[in-house]
Design a protein around this ligand. Structure first.
Ligand SMILES: Nc1ncnc2c1ncn2[C@@H]1O[C@H](COP(=O)(O)OP(=O)(O)OP(=O)(O)O)[C@@H](O)[C@H]1O
Ligand SMILES: [Mg+2]
Length: 287
């Protein structure tokens, strides 16, 4: 099957041609399969935002190429335009980009740009608002009258309303409290189940990534250091620590319990931990 997004030998320099030139990403190769959820993690400055900004042509490669649905996005004006519709990119702190008079108009901005008929625009706004958890009564409010979490959802709905084949989210849960983070991650899981869409999610939180991603890509110093299932990646905790990354707290606790002789599995999320404890109390382990 053609990958949703394919990156070949991709390099991007900032401050090109100056003595401060840096390769923010360096010779990256990556295939994102249709329908999968890929998590991207890495220390600050490792190149995560730079990498994903190439997926819809927002940044142009200095070397290498990006293919969306098998097509090189810089092949022509039309392929570039198509990639903007096929790949929906939601930036870090997207709520700062809300600017329309009402939430409805903000969510409608993308579909309007796609020159869709008015009834289709309305259908998309309502569907996206529903999926992103934007309350109906907020649609006619000014985006500036919403709470932080509500603004975030409105901004994400503004990308969902374009009904992209690939949804890319840069730190969607950043700055939210633990309950808000969990709700947001669940919302993304539900969106994926409902649409079957490919999802790429950048996060600092190893736990959030473990609970949502099929595969994890670890970026370190502009290069891919690891790529695999959360289990494969998180079992390399020594190497992760050297890259400034920490396995989830719950994983550490369970590793300690295992070292102390309790028969529990490796876990990466609180839900998995709960299931393991329930199993123990049912007599599934050797206490
Ligand atoms: N506009 C820019 N001009 C110059 N250098 C930049 C620019 N944007 C990013 N960089 C540099 O490129 C490298 C990668 O940055 P990038 O923002 O992609 O990292 P990141 O992994 O998204 O970091 P964070 O976790 O902090 O969001 C860093 O060294 C950064 O300082
Ligand atoms: Mg970033």
């Amino acid at each position: 099957m053609t990958p949703a997004v394919e990156v070949r030998n991709l390099t991007h320099y900032y401050l090109k041609g100056t003595e401060n030139q840096v390769a923010a990403i360096n010779k990256i190769n990556l295939c994102v399969e249709k329908g999968e959820t890929l998590g991207i993690i890495g220390h600050t400055g490792s190149g995560k935002s730079t990498l994903i900004a190439h997926f819809n042509g927002l940044l142009k490669p200095d070397e290498g190429e990006v293919l969306v649905d098998g097509k090189n996005i810089f092949e022509s004006k039309e392929t570039l335009r198509q990639s903007r519709f096929k790949v929906g990119l939601c930036f870090q702190y997207p709520e700062y980009q809300l600017f329309e008079e009402t939430v409805f108009r903000d969510i409608a901005f993308g579909p309007k740009n796609m020159k869709l008929p008015q009834d289709e625009i309305e259908r998309r706004v309502l569907t996206a608002a529903g999926m992103a958890g934007v309350k109906k009564e907020n649609l006619n409010k000014s985006p500036f009258d919403l709470s932080g979490g509500e603004k975030r959802r409105a901004a994400i709905a503004g990308v969902m309303s374009m009904e992209p084949q690939v949804l890319v989210l840069d730190e969607p849960a950043a700055g939210l409290d633990p309950a808000g983070r969990r709700e947001l991650i669940n919302m993304i899981k539900n969106y994926r189940t409902a649409t079957g869409c490919t999802v790429i999610i950048v996060s600092h939180s190893m736990e959030d990534i473990a609970s949502v991603a099929d595969r994890v890509c670890v970026l370190n110093k502009a290069e891919i250091a690891m790529l695999g299932t959360p289990k494969e990646v998180y079992s390399r905790d020594e190497e992760l620590r050297e890259m400034g990354l920490n396995v989830p707290e719950i994983t550490k606790i369970f590793l300690t319990l295992r070292k102390r002789g309790l028969d529990v599995p490796e876990v990466f999320t609180v839900d998995e931990a709960l299931a393991a404890f329930r199993n123990l109390t049912k007599g599934g382990g050797n206490q």
